[in-house]
Write a protein that binds this ligand. Structure first.
Ligand SMILES: NC(=O)c1ccc[n+]([C@@H]2O[C@H](COP(=O)([O-])OP(=O)(O)OC[C@H]3O[C@@H](n4cnc5c(N)ncnc54)[C@H](OP(=O)(O)O)[C@@H]3O)[C@@H](O)[C@H]2O)c1
Length: 296
């Protein structure tokens, strides 16, 4: 039995569908307020619970072999729910889930993280560092997937790369190549390592194409035949904003931290782990082309 925590989200939902398509039994921990219709439709079972409610985590983990954890607070906070905080969900809640899984005798714990985490970049990196550290001491077989930035977030309107409005925000210089990755490809990898007999403890992954923000903007401009309005935030301003906002508006601090990371940390990883598993990852330029096509 698999337990997916974060199943109503973009990444977790895809993982559920992949595991169900392969005939696996999947249980999903879903908050009382969230719609579980899509999960039930694909034959997953649903248990109600919350990362802020440790007893619900213990119940959810009973009889489970593998936990796949993708839950995160940032998107819901940016959408207007100011609580619970990133620390309460991504750190304290996720640590409680690891404890519950271990106590319940779960064999494997698959966790989504990021590459080159840096506590100074805000609450989400701090949370992921704490969870990775805890998993490092676990009796369970742990598989940590450190993924580069998702195309659907960081090359899309939600990440202020808005081709329809012709507007984009850039933190820093915009000339650091990153390997923007498709959420589908991250999901395929996580579903694969959840079932393979001898998975690695850690994989760092990115998409097939290294591309800077400037190159992404140039491609968008070429495809839409119009200039994008670029709003720039210098690196020192982003650093200051992260410090000031960390407590007052943790999700925005985290979003700035992600932008700064993308501008300053070289992508030394690639799509090798995906291809080794038969996954053909989507290049970032294909994603930008798809978005441009949707505009006409
Ligand atoms: N975006 C990137 O570039 C990137 C890069 C590397 C790693 N990641 C990681 O990938 C994951 C993102 O996954 P995603 O795209 O699926 O995010 P998402 O669409 O925002 O989904 C978040 C999920 O977390 C659940 N959740 C939130 N609060 C919860 C709580 N208190 N208890 C239980 N579940 C809760 C949500 O449930 P509700 O529906 O009830 O809100 C939802 O299922 C995150 O861990 C993120 O850090 C992202």
């Amino acid at each position: 039995m698999f337990l997916v925590v974060g199943a109503t989200g973009e990444l977790g939902g895809r993982i559920v569908r992949l595991l169900r398509a392969d005939g696996h039994d999947v249980r999903c921990l879903v908050r009382a307020s969230s719609d579980d219709g899509g999960l039930r439709e694909v034959g997953a079972t649903v248990v109600r619970g919350d990362l802020t409610d440790p007893p619900s985590l213990r119940v959810a983990c009973e009889g489970v072999d593998t936990v796949i954890a993708t839950a995160a607070a940032i998107a819901r906070i940016l959408a207007g729910a100011r609580t619970p905080t990133i620390r309460e969900i991504d750190e304290i809640g996720m640590l409680a889930l690891v404890d519950s899984a271990e106590s319940a005798g779960v064999q494997r714990f698959v966790y989504i993280s990021g590459p080159d985490l840096d506590a100074s970049l805000g609450p989400m990196d701090r949370a992921k560092l704490a969870v990775e550290k805890r998993l490092g001491t676990s009796r369970m077989r742990t598989v940590i997937i450190r993924s580069d930035a998702f195309q659907e977030i960081h090359l899309a309107p939600v990440g202020r790369f808005d081709m329809a409005a012709g507007k984009v925000s850039v933190i820093g210089h915009g000339d650091n190549p990153r390997r923007w990755i498709a959420t589908d490809d991250v999901a395929a990898l996580m579903a694969a390592v959840a079932v393979e007999p001898d998975p690695p403890a850690m994989l760092t992954i990115g998409g097939p194409e290294a591309m800077t923000k400037k190159e992404a903007i140039a491609l968008a401009e070429q495809l839409t035949q119009r200039k994008m309005k670029v709003q720039r935030m210098p690196r020192p301003v982003a650093r200051l904003a992260i410090r000031v906002l960390a407590r007052r508006y943790d999700a925005l601090a985290t979003a700035f931290g992600a932008g700064l990371h993308q501008d300053t940390v070289e992508a030394t990883w690639d799509d090798g782990p995906l291809r080794e598993r038969g996954i053909t990852p989507r290049p970032a330029s294909d994603f930008i082309r798809e978005q441009a096509r949707d505009l006409v």
